[in-house]
Design a protein around this ligand. Structure first.
Ligand code: FMN
Length: 261
């Protein structure tokens, strides 16, 4: 599957086949994709615990239960608990030196290592508490999770991200360090619903989101490009597709899920 189609086919798949396990190789590819994503200062603060429902204790499953549409946790064969480890920021200086050795940063090796130690690393250390409040690190983790999600789609899997308010229970049950911040739980499995999953979910109008040169001057949306992206299946028909109601009812019967989220 081309990346454009993977982006277009990416949906929140809330209905997964509970009886079909996911091969660990496919989960590994998701993790490999997440690991390759970019991070400010190359800190790489994204971490994950892959929980297999059939191997998990009742306590673990209880701590993962979601507040909204919790049935998703019951039917997902795999739940990836994505978290951020603040400890990674404390050793960010080492990551910068690695970038220099990899010839990604600076031209002269010795002079750049010296400048890091004398200027840049002390500067970052001085503003580290501020950096933690900017959202930059969480955004980078989100990029990694997005890459993992596209890898899941490419492999025929479905996922849905779920928020969690049970950070302490998750920390205890899964052994997360004190420096961990739980980001999101991601269900993974083979979709029970069709690939279209009812169509493209609503999005804000393109022209209201993006600007050219300055706010107030909408970025021009070329209809030719829109057509091209329709051809490549990145842009797909809007939800709900005509048979979505029937699809939902039939999945509800089999999976025994409530009428309301
Ligand atoms: C960070 C994050 C947290 C989310 N939390 C939940 C959740 O707790 N329960 C849920 O049913 N969907 C959750 N979603 C899924 C969104 O509701 C979903 O993206 C939205 O319905 C649009 O559908 P789409 O992803 O198929 O485009 C979450 C999505 C993200 C990215």
């Amino acid at each position: 599957m081309e990346v454009q189609e993977a982006i277009g086919t990416r949906r929140s798949y809330r209905f997964l086949r509970p009886y079909q396990d996911v091969e660990l190789e496919k989960i590994q590819k998701m993790l490999e994709a997440a690991r390759l994503s970019s991070f400010w200062g190359n800190v790489g603060a994204l971490r994950a615990v892959v929980v297999r429902r059939h191997h998990a204790s009742a306590d673990v499953m209880d701590s993962l239960m979601a507040a909204v549409a919790g049935y998703q946790i019951d039917v997902a064969p795999v739940i990836i608990v994505w978290y951020l480890d603040w400890h990674a920021l404390e050793v960010q200086g080492d990551r910068l030196h690695e970038l220099v050795d990899a010839r990604a940063l600076g031209i002269d090796l010795d002079a750049t290592h010296e400048a890091l130690d004398e200027k840049l690393i002390p500067f970052f250390n001085a503003i580290m508490d501020h950096i933690k409040t900017t959202g930059l690190t969480e955004m980078d983790c989100g990029q990694g999770i997005a890459q993992a999600t596209l890898m899941a789609i490419e492999q025929g899997l479905g996922t849905c991200c779920l928020g969690s308010a049970k950070e302490e229970a998750i920390r205890q049950n899964l052994g997360l360090p004190d420096t961990a911040k739980v980001l999101v739980l991601q269900t993974v499995g083979y979709p029970f619903e069709s690939k279209e999953a009812g169509g493209q979910r609503p999005r804000q109008p393109f022209e209201e989101l993006f600007h050219l040169d300055r706010v107030g001057n909408p970025f021009p949306r070329d209809p030719g490009v829109v057509d091209e992206l329709r051809q490549s299946k990145m842009l797909q028909d809007a939800a709900p597709l005509p048979d979505r109601g029937e699809e939902l009812r039939s999945m509800q019967k089999v999976l025994d899920i409530p009428d309301v989220i």
